[in-house]
Design a protein. Structure first.
Length: 278
């Protein structure tokens, strides 16, 4: 497995010094929330995109995934009036193209506010979602990337809350470039059995977030990630494990160092640094 850290853990003004830190710590990549890099990611110019590529490469890192795709776009959502749905699809396709330009292999679709069912028919929303994600899967294939659903627990979302539901959606979309992403925080929220879920679905997982409730640093809330790490090590999963945590827990460099150390202890075999290439 390989290890990355999301850039939501530090301020963008400190991006380069944290990339240098990730290299020093032996990480393989940096996950990117695009709106933490650009005010409007889909309007980033070629020079800006190339600048980010060169900066990440300078520290021998890759960008394994985009996440927080619609974090600054609360005006976009997939259920509701058709015109807004089309705007959302168009925006996500532009993010897919951006991902392709940066050789990003996965786009993680969490964005709970954009997929709220509310008092609408769940069955109808599900049918709409299948068509939307099949469309986005086709776009992802054109750009050699994967668009992935992130199941989110009931405290965050009322659409696709469990891994079983995520798997069923992937099955019904039935496109090779639409996949499944899992997140420990969401699995805790949904009360899932980590061992059972990971044994059942590890072969189709495209990306994996290590996170605590409230996006606290891993282990910060008292949840012991050993059970997840041990279960994951028993599977065939060999992709990225990405630390997702927000700022606000002290000096960001120390927090990143401590988080990387903790995740290595819980998720990697002794002697495996996680630095295994891309």
């Amino acid at each position: 497995m390989k290890l990355s850290v999301s850039n939501i853990a530090w301020d963008n003004n400190a991006l380069e010094e944290h990339l240098a830190l990730l290299k020093e710590l032996g990480c393989d990549g940096v996950e990117i929330a695009p709106s933490c890099i650009w005010k409007e990611p889909v309007e980033a110019g070629k020079d800006e995109i190339e600048s980010l590529r060169k900066l990440v490469s300078k520290y021998s890192l890759v960008i394994p995934a985009f996440h927080a795709l619609l974090f600054t776009r609360s005006d976009l959502y997939i259920f509701g009036e058709e015109s807004k749905r089309e705007q959302t699809i168009s925006y996500l396709k532009r993010l897919i193209r951006l991902a392709g330009m940066l050789s990003v292999r996965v786009l993680v679709y969490g964005s709970p506010s954009s997929r709220r069912v509310g008092d609408r028919s769940y069955t109808k929303c599900y049918e709409i979602a299948v068509e939307i994600f099949r469309n986005l899967g086709r776009e992802a294939q054109l750009h050699d990337t994967f668009f992935c659903i992130e199941p989110l627990g009931p405290s965050e979302s009322d659409f696709i809350q469990t891994t079983d539901e995520g798997y069923n959606l992937v099955r019904d979309v039935a496109h090779p470039h639409f996949g499944l992403h899992l997140d420990t925080k969401a699995m805790i929220d949904s009360g899932e059995d980590f061992t059972e879920v990971l044994q059942r679905y590890a072969s189709i997982i495209r990306h994996f977030h290590v996170s605590d409730p409230g996006l606290a640093p891993p282990g910060h809330t008292g949840f012991d990630h050993s059970i997840v790490g041990e279960a994951l090590l028993e599977t065939s999963y060999n992709g990225f494990i990405s630390i997702e945590m927000k700022r606000g827990f002290g000096d960001t460099k120390k927090v990143v160092k401590d988080a990387v150390k903790y995740v290595r202890e819980k998720y990697f075999l002794s002697g495996d640094t996680g630095n295994a290439g891309f």
